[in-house]
Design a binder for this molecule. Structure first.
Ligand code: GLA
Length: 351
């Protein structure tokens, strides 16, 4: 079925934006705005077949531009770029030339700088495919935007597959060498908001190591074994089980065990609703962020107040600060190369 389109309000600068609703053969729904490519709503069945909205979000675009949102920059539901996660001091060198990009997180640049892809309006084209309904989003990030080199053309295709997978395909090309790390910042609560937080969700991460970070969340370069630490999710554990031992909560990048091809990045299960989520990706890392900075100052859809740990994010990605870490997998996209990456969020239920 072709996606439908409805108004999603006006941005602060007066631009009307839209909300596209994708419905698959099983009746699952994904609603996505051309503002930031935001995943606003995701309806998936629980074990009794009841649809519930399992992502955090707001009723219209004003929720994503409110002063409280801009102050806390939670990136709820947004596409993230050019460089997801942090670049130390916003500085890097490519082919001997030094660049300075916008700093917005203590001394560092986070998620593309002060005005990243999470605040841009994308060209949106609804469509259909053999797998299910699609939304194609395009954005040109101009040479020098936020300090990044090169005109970068980005295409993101969302597909709501009939097997209840939300698939995100990213494609990009550039006319100058640039760092690139595209990801998605959905906050999931598989209990559809019935529980105020995700601490009872059980998580498995197929990662024997994680990237150790300094006090400003920049990797030291060390890939540390998770064994014997609260970062060990090789066997499923409740997210809240050991979170108290991690100052501030989880906000770390795990090094996935099998980085070749499309590989598992995480499995999450909510025992209350029966919903399960399996994430696969072709990226080498995944950032688990447990909504540590949500503090009740944002009220989302259905008047639900988003307190700490109201949702969790699994941001598939290259490692933070890769442009300054020669031993990390390379994140520089060069002219003539076509970047392509795919992350899939597949939903099912358990008895
Ligand atoms: C990422 C970062 C966090 C935080 C959230 C949004 O997960 O690593 O530190 O910025 O985004 O608030």
């Amino acid at each position: 079925m072709m996606p439908t389109v409805a108004p999603f309000g006006k941005t602060t600068d007066g631009t009307e934006v839209q909300l596209f609703t994708l419905i698959n053969q099983r009746g699952a729904q994904a609603a996505i705005s051309n503002y930031a490519g935001t995943l606003v709503r995701l309806l998936m069945p629980d074990r009794a077949g009841r649809l519930g909205d399992i992502v955090l979000g707001f009723d219209d675009v004003s929720g994503y531009q409110s002063p409280a949102f801009r102050e806390s920059t939670p990136y709820i539901g947004a596409l993230i770029g050019r460089y997801g996660n942090r670049i130390a001091r916003g500085r890097f060198i490519i082919d001997g030339k030094a660049y300075q990009v916008g700093v917005n997180n203590g001394p560092n640049s986070l998620h593309g700088g002060p005005v990243g892809f999470d605040q841009r309006i994308w060209q949106a084209v609804p469509g259909t495919s053999a797998a299910g309904p699609t939304l194609t989003l395009q954005y040109r990030s101009s040479d020098g935007e936020q300090g990044y080199p090169g005109n970068l053309d980005v295409t993101v295709v969302y597909t709501l597959a009939d097997d209840n997978a939300l698939k995100i395909d990213y494609t990009a090309s550039t006319d100058q060498a640039t760092p690139l790390n595209l990801t998605h910042h959905a906050y999931f609560n598989l209990n559809a908001g019935l529980s105020q937080n995700i601490l009872a969700h059980e998580l498995m991460l197929p990662a024997e190591r994680y990237t150790v970070v300094d006090t400003t969340q920049i990797p030291t370069g060390e890939l540390r074994p998770v064994a014997g630490t609260p970062f060990d999710f090789l066997e499923p554990h409740a997210i809240g089980g050991r979170i108290g031992q991690v100052p501030g909560g989880y906000d770390h990048n795990w090094v996935l065990n099998s980085p070749i091809g499309q590989h598992p990045a995480a499995i999450v299960h909510d025992p209350a609703s029966g919903r399960a989520l399996a994430v696969t990706t072709d990226q080498p890392g995944v950032q688990l962020y447990t909504g540590n900075f949500l503090d009740g100052s944002l009220k989302g859809k259905g008047d639900i107040v988003y307190g700490q740990h109201a949702g969790f994010c699994l941001e598939t990605q290259h490692f933070p600060d890769s442009p300054n870490q020669p031993r990390f997998p390379d994140t520089i996209l060069r002219p003539g190369q076509i970047f392509h990456s795919c992350t899939s969020y597949h939903f099912s239920v358990r008895p």
